[in-house]
Ligand binder design. Structure first.
Ligand SMILES: [Zn+2]
Length: 248
């Protein structure tokens, strides 16, 4: 179908891409960032519909995809990109193809999500086309071509992003900070919700607390998260402080 992805321009050479037909649990943001020399795309959606088919312009400048971590809702489209970067810790999962399903119960089981609350049955509310079979869904392997670590820099020409390794949600979770503007792309490390996901088998609350201590004092102009809407520094500091108090 056309219209699987929603594109929203956000200020200066930045486009937010979202998937309105995906359940809130897995509806992640892609951030398409244009530099003077090259583009990058931060995260790649669920991979139900090919980005190349729906948004061919995204691929005109052969962008690198930078994955904030290896979960299916961020890595689903990664295999479509020629250059793929993420933290080294997430590399084996990406190379194997992350655990994935569009069925709640099966996904919970594959990812080790505690099922104390009933899982949603199907995680998309519309089929991309009539003969699409959700049972055939999987995330394609996407071996990395660049391994990232804390303080690495990604230069797009006219803008540079600094990698912040902020483990907790997953061991190799990263955020990307454009230092001269204070724009932070935070992946699943932090978004505007007091229920952050720190209970997966690979999650670590002690690591998450360290990451939140850094975020609680970080100077930013805006946070563009992996889920939901963007928010400001005051909210960032409040969310991080809330987490530290809650897990104390
Ligand atoms: Zn995640």
């Amino acid at each position: 179908m056309s219209g699987w992805y929603r594109q929203t321009p956000v200020g200066d050479n930045l486009i937010r891409v979202s998937e309105p037909h995906v359940h809130a649990l897995l509806a992640a943001n892609l951030w398409w960032l244009r530099g003077t020399d090259r583009d990058i795309v931060i995260d790649s959606g669920l991979g139900v519909v090919a980005l190349r088919d729906e948004i061919p312009a995204m691929f005109e400048r052969d962008p690198m995809v930078v994955l904030t971590h290896s979960h299916l809702d961020h890595a689903g489209g990664a295999h479509e990109f020629r250059e793929r970067a993420a933290h080294a810790t997430e590399a084996p999962t990406l190379a194997a193809g992350p655990p994935a399903s569009l069925y709640g119960a099966e996904l919970y089981q594959k990812m080790g999500i505690p099922d104390d609350e009933p899982a949603p049955e199907l995680l998309i509310d519309e089929l991309p086309h009539n003969d699409y079979d959700p049972r055939g869904y999987r995330v394609e392997p996407a071996p990395l071509t660049r391994l990232l670590d804390d303080q690495d820099r990604i230069d797009l020409g006219g803008r540079t992003l600094t990698v912040l390794h902020l483990p907790g949600h997953s061991p190799g979770s990263i955020a990307l900070l454009e230092e001269h503007t204070g724009v932070l792309f935070s992946g699943d490390v932090i978004y505007d919700d007091d229920e952050l996901i720190d209970f997966l088998p690979d999650s670590s609350i002690p690591s998450y607390r360290q990451s939140m201590k850094l975020l609680a004092g970080l100077a930013v102009s805006v946070v563009h998260p992996g889920h939901d809407h963007s928010f400001d520094q005051a909210r960032l500091h409040q969310l991080a402080t809330n987490y530290l108090e809650r897990t104390n």
